[in-house]
Write a protein of this length. Structure first.
Lengths: 365, 533
């Protein structure tokens, strides 16, 4: 196995000796050429983690190493300028008194001026901004500013780049397009990157792997698919998208749930909370009944599919289906699980656990 | 959480630690030393000093003068601010300028103008044959101080008037209140913070004033201090008077803080409020003009005219070019280094306050403001006692004078630098560091170019303020040092109005530049009322 480019081990950060840790025993590795996301609600410690990697904050305990070289460790703190790590800020932090070219050339302080300018021009060309060299950054659009920031960070060829909420200042339409472009650019350069976001869709579509963070700790690390389809905890299940929570009686690989007997992704015994994504359920006419009966409460048509709200024994559940059959509110239908349910790690007593369809995850900030 | 970081930033960087130490030490040590010296005196002697009837009279006079000037400035500033912000009076912009221009007339020049106008040898008697009793004492002092300081209140009130949400007044009107009731019940209470802030500045001015009370011969703490210093230099008594003056200042600061507590008014809705509907005055507008023009006449035209008149008188006997040149040079060579020093000191202080905001850094900023609030005579006396007691070489040197100017006027320098720093977000420096710059390198290449303008404004403020400063110069100037302010004052003090005129004119020119810088700054960046100096 090749050594990771970035290794974070048991990183903790307290801002004052007595204060609770903002980051608590966080560990993860980033492989060479990988795009790694840290996803979490605001205040979960993700930005502090990023700033510890960049060197703007001193880690209280734990180590951060880049290619096996310790950057932060007990008694070691390499200054930000001593780390070959670039950072793109949420507000881009372009120097307002410098032109676009001078901004990009800022980190290139070796060699003659002409050579520096040449490299800066190349970096600008790479992000598709040739011809903007002499502009002032404040006269560019948000998307262009972001690309200048990216060019400035990439120009000195860092080993790793960090991106702090890089797309949140762009409007929704531009965001998807830019995300795709930036991902392709980073991949074509073989660049390793860590980025921080509170937007689950962004993390799922932009990252090769992601860590879900809550309250200063990492709940789960994995590929977008693994984290989405096999959430480890209730928090991860809820934060990554809407899901149905079922309090069930497990016996081995099956469990009795309010929606009938369902297969489980792993063996379990006793009372467990399981999660079934809405797209893992389907509705059938109740005459051909094979599943549990439920009443349609509401329907919202989304073009490529339909989301039904159905009521079963007093709880509401969500079902995504393709739109070949239409059921009217009030109609009785049969709910059938298509995939095994995911057993969530128990964290609180069953009485406090939410049941039924979870609300829309709310990305704050 | 931020205190430890602020301390970190200070400890690890000498170029932050040194200026902060100079500011804190420079302001606090002399004051503490003064306190210590007074405490060493025999308690009985001290008590006799304080408890005698003269002290009570001085206290009464000082408080009475402060109250009189507060009333006087309110009578001038409230109508002027209302006229220029809330009415449709044509020419409001010009009237606004007239409300600010008196800042170009320092109190002692105003006092000089009043003295030179009235009395049997005054301008009025010489030109119109009109002999009015010479203004002096309480009336003279109140008039001179009110006319020269009301712009501080005017500027604060203007900002407050412009910030009022007109919806509040309209609601009150819709609830059946008359215009006058609306003004008294809705507008005035909301003006309270501005009245207090402006009033505080004016009260500090009155307590710190030396030029006016000495020219008008009105017996306040400052005047008594001056007499002590000039005639019979009794160190213990002078220190005692300085301490009483300091305690009075502290009492006013505490009173202001208590009055303001929990009284900060906010617009209830966020976003930009509509601007208020302007009152149409109709025939009353002539009253408005008459008021504004008589205020301008008394505060600007009178001193300018008086100085001009006596200038002509002086020109007949030959203008003192040599003396003027020397005085200008002395003023500049003390003020210019003070401006640079104050700007250099204010940069780390403002930087800490903006980047590492915590109770600790706020404390450092407060101390900078304390240097400004301390009455200059008391501050100068503390510096004299301190330098004589510890480093006698410093006594009566240019260096001590420059240091005193810088520490006293630093508060004026912190404001512009701080607003400039807000334009340079911390991420810029962090971006520069991640691109390979050291902390100092990142600051110099990124932040410094962005605050350069603010620093220049700071230097201009301090330079121009120091040029017209009287009491600090009076006590601390090296022997034979003759600034413009000193000359104006000493000639006026001896009623040599003709000789004083050229110096007074130069001072007014310098002060007009100060007003120019102030207005320029108002236009480019609207400062919040709290940072108005």
């Amino acid at each position: 196995m090749d050594t990771p480019i970035l290794s974070v081990q048991d990183l903790s950060k307290r801002f004052a000796p007595g204060a609770p840790p903002v980051v608590h025993d966080v560990s993860f590795d980033v492989k060479d050429g990988e795009i790694f996301a840290i996803l979490g609600p605001s205040g979960c410690g993700k930005t502090t983690t990023l700033r510890c990697i960049a060197g703007f904050e001193r880690a209280t305990t734990g180590t951060v190493s880049l290619r096996d070289e310790p950057l932060s460790a007990p008694g070691v703190h390499v200054s930000p300028e001593g780390r070959t790590i670039g950072i793109v800020f949420q507000n881009y932090a372009l120097f307002p008194h410098l032109t676009v070219l001078d901004n990009v050339a800022f980190g290139l302080d070796e060699g003659p001026a002409a050579a520096r300018d040449e490299r800066a021009r190349e970096a600008l060309e790479m992000v598709g901004l040739s011809g903007f060299e002499d502009r002032q950054p404040q006269h560019l659009s948000g998307g262009q500013q972001q690309r200048v920031a990216l060019a400035r960070t990439l120009a000195p060829e860092p080993d790793l780049i960090l991106l702090d909420e890089p797309f949140s200042n762009l409007d929704a339409l531009l965001r998807q397009e830019t995300r795709q472009e930036v991902r392709e650019l980073l991949k074509s350069k073989g660049m390793s990157a860590v980025f921080v976001t509170h937007n689950q869709e962004e993390a799922l579509s932009f990252a090769d792997r992601l860590a879900v963070m809550r309250g200063g700790q990492i709940d789960q690390i994995g590929t977008p698919e693994a984290v989405y389809y096999r959430p480890r905890t209730l928090f991860v299940a809820q934060f990554l998208g809407r899901t149905n929570l079922l309090l069930s009686q497990a016996a081995g690989t099956e469990a009795r749930t309010p929606l009938g007997t369902v297969g489980l992704d792993r063996e379990a015994e006793g009372t467990v909370l399981v999660s079934l994504r809405p797209e893992h359920l389907s509705l059938e006419a109740h005459e051909a009944a094979d599943g549990t009966l439920a009443t349609v409460v509401g329907r919202s048509f989304k073009g490529h599919d339909i989301t039904y709200r159905v009521c079963c024994q007093g709880n509401e559940y969500l079902v995504h289906t393709d739109n070949r059959h239409l059921y009217e509110p009030g109609e009785t239908v049969a709910v059938r699980p298509l995939e095994p349910a995911v057993v969530l790690e128990s964290q609180s007593s069953p009485a406090e656990v939410p049941r039924g369809a979870t609300p829309e995850p709310e990305p704050e900030g | 959480m931020n205190t430890s970081r602020a301390l970190d930033a200070i400890r690890s960087r000498w170029y932050v630690a040194l200026p902060v130490a100079v500011v804190v030490g420079g302001v606090l040590i002399p004051l503490a030393y003064l306190l210590l010296r007074a405490a060493q005196a025999d308690p009985q002697t001290l008590w006799d000093l304080v408890a005698r009837g003269r002290t009570v009279r001085l206290l009464g006079n000082t408080v009475g003068l402060t109250v009189g000037v507060l009333v006087g400035t309110s009578l001038l500033a409230v109508p002027m601010a209302w006229l220029t912000t809330r009415t449709a009076l044509p020419g409001r912009k010009l009237l606004t300028l007239l409300g600010v221009l008196p800042l170009a007339v320092p109190g002692y020049v105003m006092a000089y103008a009043l003295l030179a106008t009235t009395g049997p040898y005054g301008t009025l008697a010489q030109t119109l044959g009109l002999v009015v009793p010479r203004l002096s004492g309480y009336t003279g002092a109140v008039l001179a101080l009110s006319l020269s300081t009301f712009p501080y209140l005017f500027l604060n009130l203007r900002t407050a008037f412009l910030g009022l949400d007109p919806a509040l007044e309209e609601s009150a009107q819709a609830l059946g209140h008359s215009r006058w009731q609306v003004f008294v019940r809705i507008v005035l209470p909301q003006l309270r913070p501005a009245l207090l802030a402006g009033g505080l500045l004016i009260a500090l001015h009155v307590l710190g004033d030396f030029g006016v009370v000495s020219l008008m011969r009105y017996d306040t703490f400052s005047y008594a201090l001056y007499i002590q210093y000039a005639a019979s230099y009794d160190r213990i008594y002078a220190a005692g008077l300085a301490l009483l003056l300091l305690m009075l200042t502290a009492a006013i600061l505490v009173l202001e803080a208590r009055l303001l507590k929990g009284r900060l008014f906010h617009q209830t809705s966020s976003g930009t409020a509509r601007s208020a509907t302007l009152h149409r005055l109709g025939a009353w507008r002539w009253v408005g003009y008459a008021f504004a023009l008589s205020v301008a006449g008394a505060s600007v035209v009178l001193p300018a005219g008086t100085v001009g008149y006596w200038m002509a008188d002086s020109a007949a006997t030959g203008l003192p070019w040599a003396g003027l040149g020397t005085a200008l040079w002395d003023s500049v060579r003390a003020s210019a280094p003070a401006a640079v020093l104050a700007a250099l000191l204010s940069l780390p202080v403002a930087y800490l306050g903006v980047r590492h905001a915590s109770s600790w850094t706020r404390g450092v900023e407060r101390i900078a403001y304390l240097g400004y609030a301390t009455p200059p005579l008391a501050f100068a006396l503390a510096l004299i006692v301190f330098s004589l007691g510890t480093v006698p070489v410093l006594y009566q040197t240019l260096a001590l004078l420059v240091g005193a100017y810088a520490l006293h006027f630093m508060a004026e320098a912190v404001g512009p630098v701080r607003s400039a720093l807000y334009q340079a977000p911390p991420h810029l420096e962090e971006a520069a560091r991640s691109l390979g710059r050291s902390p100092l390198g990142a600051f110099m290449s990124v932040t410094f170019p962005l605050v350069r303008r603010g620093l220049l404004v700071s230097m201009a403020f301090v330079f121009l303020s120091a040029m017209k400063e009287l009491p600090l110069t009076f006590l601390l100037a090296p022997v034979g040092f003759e600034t413009l302010a000193l000359n104006t004052w000493s000639y006026a003090e001896e009623a040599l109005f003709g000789q004083a005129a050229p110096y007074a004119l130069t001072i007014m020119f310098v002060s007009a530049l100060f007003v120019g810088v102030l207005l320029l700054r108002e236009q480019t960046a609207r400062p919040s009322p709290s940072e108005a100096t």
